[in-house]
Ligand binder design. Structure first.
Ligand SMILES: C[S@@+](CC[C@H](N)C(=O)[O-])C[C@H]1O[C@@H](n2cnc3c(N)ncnc32)[C@H](O)[C@@H]1O
Length: 399
């Protein structure tokens, strides 16, 4: 979408066109709506309005109901931080006592809007003029105030702000990049920011060794999926690693290395097995979860915790152990057939097995669903027949 088309959408007639598209969209598909409207409106404006309505619908999943009043580009929506994650981050920034935030590379403004909603005074920059116009419109659409300008993230004077936020673009000409050196603005600039008061969103796969000393890394998952890591400079609490698990209702639960006793016991399978959230695993905090549930590890290198207690945890899924079988295909098939098992969920760590192949080879024809965990234990590889006690979060459609 070009700047002129977006400017038109913000005008009185443009808002009328958007409303018309919104209501027509409810009863017909995009092609029908488009051809009907093109007879009365400039085709470029109709195309822009159709794109907005389509993106708004898609964005509601990621950003919540407010997205129905916001504006997007396809790339801007893809890059935007999910609403509950942005709200959690903004809440932490506000709770730390910061008031004036500078967002460097704000995109369509998902983080910016969350910061303004948390009560921060916000100023943002992005190098793309249409994206800037959209971020500005998004603040206004939600009744928020803030300044957004076109420019390079490395230019603004940062001294007037309590805290700087950056979410470098991780998408190069050849798609998503996992190489921090290819971030825009670049990693060298991120390091410069982290020497002051700053929060920087990065890919969750960031190597631990890359994080500067005295900087906290927070791995965040939403509805069971690891989304991002955020680097928090001047970690005043002495925390270096934090895992935050946000459920689909937006409730955040965190654990940090300050709560991690380390040196876990390794023992055989108890009555329950816990599967820590990926944020916990990436933060190397599995042993903190083990301590929380009075548990131990089944293998020093695998992220399965066992315990004789069923202690509901927001940081891990809990399974009741119904049986422990040797990792032998023949015995496994016989045990599952005896139970009338059909649909089989296979979880595994530390053993050479492809779930799809094993499922085929087992040839189960029953109707009872079952879950197995194949893992190493202190004595041997074993198959745990388990019953999930944690409700599995429904998948969300946006990245
Ligand atoms: C990942 S997006 C930000 C998404 C945003 N946090 C959100 O939740 O909507 C990164 C943005 O940085 C901008 N950007 C990349 N390099 C920049 C630079 N050197 N100066 C200013 N903006 C830059 C891109 O145009 C893009 O909009």
């Amino acid at each position: 979408m070009d700047g002129a088309a977006f400017e038109y959408l913000l005008s009185g007639p443009g808002q009328g066109l958007l409303r018309e598209v919104e209501s027509a969209y409810a009863e017909a598909d995009a092609l029908v709506v488009g051809s009907r409207l093109r007879s009365r409106h400039d085709p470029a404006y109709v195309a822009a309005a159709l794109t907005q309505v389509r993106l708004r619908r898609k964005a509601v999943d990621k950003l919540g109901e407010d997205a129905a009043r916001m504006y997007f580009t396809p790339t801007g929506l893809e890059q935007a931080t999910a609403g509950p994650v942005a709200a959690h981050r903004a809440g932490r920034i506000e709770a730390a006592g910061h008031q004036r935030l500078l967002d460097l590379g704000c995109g369509i403004g998902a983080d910016l809007v969350a910061a303004a909603m948390a009560g921060l005074t916000v100023h943002a920059v992005d190098r793309d003029p249409v994206t800037v116009a959209i971020a500005r419109a998004n603040l206004a659409a939600l009744g928020l105030t803030g300044a957004v300008s076109v420019g390079d993230a490395r230019e603004p004077d940062r001294s007037a702000y309590d805290i700087v936020f950056a979410d470098p673009a991780r998408r190069g000409a050849r798609g998503r990049t996992f190489d921090p050196a290819a971030y825009s603005p670049p990693w060298s600039f991120v390091e410069e920011l982290l020497a002051g008061a700053a929060v920087v969103k990065v890919a969750p796969g960031i190597p631990h060794a890359l994080v500067p000393a005295d900087v906290e890394t927070e791995w965040v998952s939403l509805a069971g999926r690891l989304r991002e890591a955020a680097l928090w400079s001047r970690a005043d609490t002495g925390v270096q690693r934090r895992a935050t698990v946000i459920d689909s209702a937006g409730t955040a639960t965190s654990v940090t290395d300050a709560e991690d006793p380390g040196h876990p016991a390794v023992r055989d399978v108890g009555r329950f097995v816990y599967e820590p959230d990926d944020a916990v695993i990436r933060a190397h905090l599995v042993t903190a979860v083990a301590a929380d549930v009075a548990g131990w590890l089944l293998d020093p290198h695998l992220a399965y915790v066992s315990s004789d207690l069923n202690r509901p945890s927001r940081l891990a899924r809990v399974y009741a152990v119904q049986d422990v079988l040797p990792f032998k295909e023949k015995q496994l098939r016989a045990a599952l057939r005896a139970r009338g098992v059909g649909p089989l969920t296979i979880k595994k760590r530390g053993v050479q097995v492809t779930p799809e192949t094993l499922r085929k080879r087992l040839g189960l024809e029953g109707s009872t669903p079952a879950t197995i965990i194949i893992t190493r234990t202190p004595t041997s590889a074993a198959v745990l027949l388990v019953e999930p006690l944690t409700r599995v979060e429904p998948p969300t459609s946006c990245p």
